[in-house]
Design a protein around this ligand. Structure first.
Ligand code: ATR
Length: 269
């Protein structure tokens, strides 16, 4: 019988996770069933309890807006999930225990390692945004790079978050005075067609600009970075596949191939 997994979110219709996990299963020869599951925004814990009572689910990925609620239902959590304050990967144990992990930060770092030509441990990173996505990255990123600066539209949130993780903070305005090799957009600005109000010189002086969002065409942030002259601009599809690979490995104890699955997703259909 196939091992059963879900990705839970609201909305969930456009999630690529089932396609990614199906490709991993095919390439590793494992028999898994991985599907989307729409949860009502109210009562995540109750809906999860009923799901587990009715089906032998092995694990679940959790996406917007449930990553904090997922954290609450865990009986044990990884250190990186504790730091992120959010869980995107649940493992359901036979004794009823629930283990929670957060693979977003390591997925992002693994993608950066592939994309960044220089030595990542020497790179300075400007992280735009101070919400849940930024927090997920901060659980892992600071130990992998030389320095991180958080900048956010609401300045106080940048300073609070930076203090919690022992990194630097800046307003979006003051970022014009700094130089970072890597600039990461962890804001939700692209969703509304906007770009964080950063001086284009910041993009021009960087080596790599990365938007956690992904889309068939360049996001507004990617367009702004490209127009400013940044030589390497990427969307977050690589991170999506990398975080999925970490979840897959946790559940199935096999490392799936990332490169070939990512290449297939990027290929025009
Ligand atoms: P997520 O879980 O995706 O991180 P969030 O917690 O709601 O979502 O955080 C959204 C982040 O995007 C915030 O840092 C927000 O800035 P504020 O703290 O000032 O609200 C940022 N953001 C959203 N729209 C933005 C825009 N147009 N320009 C700059 N930052 C924006």
């Amino acid at each position: 019988m196939s091992r059963l997994f879900y990705v839970i979110g609201n909305p969930i219709e456009h999630s690529l996770s089932p396609v990614i996990h199906a490709a991993f299963a095919q390439k590793t020869g494992l028999d898994i069933f991985y599907e989307k599951r729409l949860f009502d925004v109210k009562d995540f814990a109750g809906q999860l309890r009923r799901l587990l009572a009715s089906e032998p689910v092995c694990g679940a990925n959790v996406t917007v807006p449930f990553k904090r609620e997922a954290y609450q239902v865990c009986t044990t959590i990884s250190e990186r999930a504790r730091l992120a304050g959010a869980v995107n990967t649940l493992s359901f144990q036979k004794d009823g225990g629930v283990f929670g992990d957060n693979t977003d930060g390591i997925g992002f770092v693994n993608d950066l390692k592939r994309l960044y030509g220089g030595k990542l441990s020497e790179a300075r990173v400007l992280l735009l945004g101070a919400g849940g996505a930024a927090r997920g990255l901060l659980a892992v990123l600071p130990t992998c790079v030389r320095a991180v600066t958080v900048a956010n539209r609401t300045e106080a949130k940048a300073f609070d978050l930076a203090a919690a993780f022992g990194v630097c903070a800046s307003s979006l305005e003051d970022a014009k005075n700094g130089t970072w090799e890597i600039v990461v957009n962890a804001t939700s600005a692209s969703l509304s067609g906007a770009v964080p109000a950063v001086d284009p010189g910041v993009f021009a002086r960087s080596q790599l600009c990365y938007d956690l969002m992904y889309a068939r065409t360049a996001t507004p942030f990617m367009q702004a970075a490209q127009s400013a002259g940044c030589p390497n601009v990427y969307d977050g599809l690589g991170m999506l596949v990398e975080q999925a690979a970490e979840s897959f490995q946790l559940w199935n104890e096999i490392r799936p191939p990332v490169e070939s699955v990512l290449a297939a997703l990027r290929a025009p259909h």
